[in-house]
Design a protein around this ligand. Structure first.
Ligand code: ADP
Ligand code: MG
Length: 784
C-alpha cells in the first residue's frame, strides 16, 4: 500500500512539472495533496528517524510550495523529487488489503468483524442498526452534532449550560450514599481555579483518574457551596501523544445507537475504522468533482463524522449527498441504457381493429388522452422496447388509454398482460375490458388466486397457446406457471405498489415486450426521477368533461349528527355512500371490531337502507359479493376499511365519510376521495377528524383546499417525507443515508443529468467500478 501512495505522489509530481507549477497537477491542488499524503504516510508505518525527518520536511515544503512564485516552485519541486526518491519503505506493520480498487473483497466490503475489538456480540448489536460491513459502519453518519469546540476556564462557565474544559486531576473520592448509587468526585484544576468533576455510577473510572492526569471534560455546570461542579457527560483522557480528541473539545458526532453501544463506543469505533481505511482514489469522476467543487471521498467521511468546523461539515455533507444520489442515478441510468439498446417489437399495424375500437367508445378522448395515446402509439410502433410511465390523477381515464394500447398490440397479433395490485381491481379491469371489447372479438381472461386448480390449468394452457389475447391478474401473473405465447405488451397498474423487480418479472414473460406502467399517485418530480428515471413519462393532466369538484369538509365529532342526517338525505335521493374506517391499532382484530361497530350503528340508524361492510380480513369471494352489491346499487351504504382505496368505479356514489381522517396520509385521502365525484351528481367528502398535531391539521386543510393530485403530493412529501409515502424498499425507493429527496431536490436533478451523460459517454468497462459501488451502497435494492 505504501508503495502505491509513493508512486501516486511521484506521478503527481511529474504532472505538476508539466503543468508549469500551477499547483493544479492534482485535483484540489498539488501542495495540499503532497501534504496530505506525507501526513498519511507518516501515520501509516513505523518509520526510522531519518525517514520521519524526510517526511516532515516534505510537509513543510508543501506549505512553501503553496506560497511561492513559479520560479521558487521549480526549485522546491526538485527538492521534493530528491526527497521522495530517498524514502525507503519500512516493512508494513499493519496487515491491510490492497488499495486503490473499490471492488468486492477490499476493506470497505469486509464484514465489521475484521475490525479489532468487534466480536460476536458487538457484531450483533451493529447488525441491529443495519450495519454489517465496514462500508455500512463508515456510512453510519451522525444524526446530529454537539458543539464542544469551545474550551473554557472555570471562571467563564455558565451555570446550567453544558460546557467543555481542560483540567488536571488533583484528587479523587468515591462516595456511595445509597445502594445502587455511587458518585465519583474529582478535584480538578484548570490552571487558575479549582472545581469538581462529578461522575455518577462510573466507579471503574476511579483507577484511571490518577492525580496529574490531564483530561477534557464536558458537562452541565452547577454551583455547589460556592464551588464549580461539572456533571460530566463526556470526557477524554489526554495522552502524552496528543491524540485527536474524539468525545470532547471538538464538534462531536451523535449517532443512532442501540442497546449495548453507547455514543462513546460508537464514536471510538468509527474513529478507529476511519483510520484503517486504506488510500483509495476517489471514484467520482474528476470532472464532476471540479464542476461542483466537491471534496475528496476520504476527507468527506472524516469530516462528516469528526468535522473540523461547521463549514467543513457542510462541504462533507455536500459531497456525500452528491455521491449518494449520483450512485443511485447511475443505477437508474444503466437500466435506461440497457433498455434503450435492446431491440424489441415494432407494433406497426393498427388497421380495422383499432378503428372499430375507437368507434365503439361511448365518448371521445380528451385532448390529454389523445396526446398521451399518440406518444404511446409512436413508442409501440418502434422497434425499441417502450418503457413508459402513464401518470394521471384518479379518474383521469388512464384505463381507457391502456386499453387502447392493448388493442394495438392485439392488432399486431401479440398478447397483453395487465397486472393490478389487488384482486378486486384486477376483476374490475377484466370486466371493463370485456365490456369494451364486446364486439371486437378480443379474448380476455382473469388469472386469479381464487380459481379452482382445474380452471387455472385451462387458462394457463390457453394463454400458452395464444388463445387468450389479454390476460388480467394480480401478482399471480408473474408465477412461473404462467407462460405466454407471444407477449407484446405488459401493463402494470398502480406501479407504486409493485417493485421494479416485479415489473421486470412480468416483462420477462416475453421477449422484450413493450411496457406501460400506470400510476394515479402523483409523483413529485424529484421522486419520479428516482423511482422512474428509466421511464419516459406521459401525463394526463385533464379530467374527462362533466366532472364536478368534490366538496370537501373537515368536521369535528360534535357535527356527527348533522353529517348523518345529510347522509340520510342523500340516500333518500337514491345516492350511495361510502364510510371509510382507518387502520388504527397494531391489531387488525381491533380495527375490524371498530369497523363492525360503526357498521352496526349505521344499520340501526338507517333501518330503511342496506348497509354493507367490507374489510381486509374477509374472504375475497365475500368481499366481492358486497362490492358487487354496491356496484349494482343494492347496497346503499358501504362501510369499509381502506380496501376500497384503489380503483372501484361507482358513479352513483356521492358521499364519502372518512372516520378518523387524521390517521390517513394525504395521498391516501386523495385516492379515497377519487372514488366519488365520478358521475353527474355533486359529491361530498366529509373528513371526520380530531387532529392532535399541527401537521395533521395541515393535512386536512390541504384536502379542503385542493383537489389537484400534484399539489397534494407535493404537500404530502413536504409534510411526511418520502420514506413514509413510499413505505419500504419494496416499492423501489432505496433508503438514503445522507441525501434527502426534499432538501436535496436540486442535486437529484443534477445527478440525474450527470449520470445519464456519463453512461452515454463511457464504455461499460469504465463504468464497471460503479456497478460494484451501487451493489455495495444499495445492496440489491431493486433499482438496478
Ligand atoms: P383512472 O384509471 O385514470 O382512474 P378511469 O380510466 O377508470 O380512470 O376513468 C374514470 C371514468 O371516466 C371511467 O368511468 C371512464 O369510462 C370515464 N372516462 C374515461 N375517459 C373518458 C372520456 N374521454 N370522456 C368521458 N368519460 C371518460
Ligand atoms: Mg384506474
Amino acid at each position: 500500500m505504501l508503495d502505491t501512495v509513493l508512486k501516486e505522489m511521484k506521478q503527481a509530481l511529474i504532472r505538476e512539472k508539466k503543468g508549469a507549477y500551477s499547483d493544479a497537477g492534482v485535483f484540489g491542488g498539488f501542495a495540499m495533496f503532497l501534504k496530505e499524503q506525507c501526513i498519511l504516510l507518516r501515520n501509516e508505518a513505523n518509520w526510522s528517524e531519518t525517514e520521519k525527518a524526510i517526511l516532515d520536511e516534505l510537509v513543510n515544503l508543501s506549505d512553501v510550495y503553496y506560497r511561492s512564485d513559479h520560479q521558487t516552485r521549480a526549485e522546491v519541486l526538485a527538492r521534493v523529487s530528491t526527497l521522495l526518491n530517498k524514502i525507503t519503505l519500512p516493512p508494513e506493520t499493519v496487515e491491510r488489503p490492497v488499495i486503490g480498487h473499490w471492488g468486492q473483497g477490499n476493506f470497505i466490503w469486509q464484514e465489521v468483524a475484521v475490525i479489532k475489538g468487534v466480536g460476536t456480540k458487538r457484531r450483533q448489536q451493529l447488525q441491529r442498526l443495519g450495519i454489517k460491513k465496514v462500508f455500512d459502519l463508515i456510512y453510519h453518519v451522525p444524526r446530529r452534532y454537539l458543539d464542544r469546540s469551545t474550551m473554557k476556564r472555570f471562571r467563564q462557565l455558565n451555570v446550567g449550560v453544558e460546557e467543555t474544559l481542560r483540567v488536571k486531576v488533583r484528587s479523587v473520592e468515591l462516595l456511595q450514599p445509597r445502594k445502587r448509587l455511587n458518585i465519583l468526585k474529582a478535584l480538578v484544576y484548570d490552571g487558575e481555579n479549582y472545581g469538581v468533576a462529578v461522575w455518577f455510577n462510573q466507579s471503574y473510572l476511579r483507577a484511571k483518574l490518577r492525580p496529574g492526569l490531564e483530561l477534557i471534560i464536558t458537562g452541565k455546570v452547577q454551583l455547589s457551596s460556592g464551588r464549580w461542579e461539572v456533571i460530566v457527560t463526556d470526557y477524554e483522557i489526554l495522552n502524552a501523544a496528543e491524540d485527536e480528541p474524539v468525545h470532547t473539545a471538538r464538534i462531536v458526532p451523535v449517532y443512532g445507537v442501540t442497546e449495548g453501544i453507547s455514543q462513546r463506543i460508537m464514536r471510538q469505533l468509527i474513529f478507529q475504522t476511519l483510520n484503517l481505511i486504506p488510500y483509495y482514489k476517489d471514484f467520482l469522476p474528476e470532472e464532476l468533482r471540479t464542476k461542483y467543487n466537491l471534496i475528496d471521498w476520504r476527507q468527506a467521511l472524516w469530516q462528516i463524522h469528526f468535522p473540523d468546523d461547521w463549514s467543513s461539515l457542510k462541504r462533507a455533507r455536500q459531497r456525500l449527498v452528491y455521491e449518494e444520489l449520483f450512485l443511485m442515478q447511475m443505477a437508474v441510468s444503466q437500466r435506461y441504457i440497457r433498455s434503450e439498446r435492446r431491440s424489441g417489437i415494432a407494433h406497426t399495424n393498427e388497421g380495422q381493429l383499432w378503428h372499430d375500437f375507437v368507434q365503439s367508445l361511448p365518448f371521445t378522448f380528451t385532448r390529454a388522452q389523445r396526446r398521451v395515446l399518440n406518444e404511446i402509439r409512436k413508442d409501440m410502433g418502434q422497434a425499441q422496447p417502450m418503457t413508459r410511465l402513464l401518470q394521471g390523477d384518479v379518474g383521469s381515464g388512464k384505463t381507457i388509454v391502456a386499453t387502447a394500447a392493448a388493442v394495438k398490440a392485439v392488432a399486431n397479433d401479440y398478447q397483453v398482460a395487465v397486472m393490478a395490485p389487488t384482486e378486486i381491481l384486477a376483476r374490475q379491469h377484466c370486466e371493463s375490458l370485456n365490456a369494451l371489447f364486446e364486439d371486437l372479438n378480443i379474448r380476455v381472461s382473469l388469472v386469479s388466486g381464487s380459481l379452482s386448480a382445474k380452471e387455472k390449468a385451462k387458462i394457463y394452457r390457453d394463454i400458452q397457446r395464444g388463445e387468450i389475447d389479454v390476460v388480467v391478474g394480480t401478482h399471480a401473473l408473474i408465477q412461473e406457471t404462467v407462460q405466454f405465447h407471444r407477449l407484446g405488451l405488459a401493463v402494470v397498474d398502480e406501479q407504486h405498489r409493485f417493485g421494479v423487480m416485479q415489473r421486470d418479472e412480468l416483462l420477462n414473460k416475453g421477449d422484450n415486450a413493450d411496457l406501460l406502467v400506470m400510476t394515479a399517485t402523483p409523483i413529485p418530480r424529484t421522486l419520479s426521477l428516482t423511482l422512474y428515471g428509466d421511464l419516459q413519462v406521459s401525463v394526463i393532466d385533464e379530467l374527462p368533461p362533466g366532472r364536478q369538484k368534490v366538496i370537501t369538509r373537515w368536521v369535528g365529532e360534535e357535527r356527527r349528527e348533522k353529517v348523518l342526517s345529510f347522509i340520510g338525505q342523500e340516500m333518500n335521493a337514491d345516492r350511495q355512500v361510502y364510510v371509510v374506517c382507518p387502520l388504527v391499532s397494531e391489531s387488525e382484530k381491533l380495527d375490524l371490531a371498530a369497523a363492525e361497530e360503526t357498521a352496526h350503528l349505521l344499520m340501526d340508524r338507517f333501518k330503511d337502507f342496506n348497509v354493507g361492510l367490507v374489510h381486509g380480513k374477509m374472504k375475497s369471494t365475500e368481499k366481492e359479493m358486497y362490492m358487487q352489491g354496491f356496484y349494482r346499487g343494492e347496497i346503499n351504504l358501504l362501510v369499509s376499511t381502506t380496501v376500497i382505496e384503489v380503483g372501484v368505479d361507482v358513479p352513483n356514489a356521492t358521499v364519502m365519510m372518512v372516520e378518523g381522517a387524521e390517521r390517513f396520509g394525504l395521498a391516501q385521502l386523495h385516492q379515497l376521495r377519487g372514488r366519488i365525484g365520478r358521475g353527474e351528481h355533486r359529491s361530498y367528502c366529509i373528513l371526520m377528524g380530531d387532529p392532535k398535531t399541527e401537521v395533521a391539521r395541515e393535512r386536512l386543510q390541504v384536502m379542503e383546499k385542493s383537489d389537484d393530485g400534484f399539489v397534494i403530493a407535493e404537500e404530502d412529501l413536504r409534510l411526511r417525507g418520502p420514506g413514509e409515502i413510499f413505505g419500504t424498499r419494496q416499492h423501489g425507493l432505496p433508503e438514503f443515508k445522507v441525501a434527502d429527496l426534499i432538501r436535496d431536490a436540486e442535486v437529484v436533478q443534477q445527478t440525474f443529468d450527470d449520470a445519464r451523460k456519463l453512461v452515454q459517454n463511457k464504455s461499460n468497462y469504465q463504468l464497471g467500478i460503479f456497478s460494484e459501488l451501487i451493489a455495495l451502497r444499495f445492496g440489491n435494492a431493486k433499482i438496478s
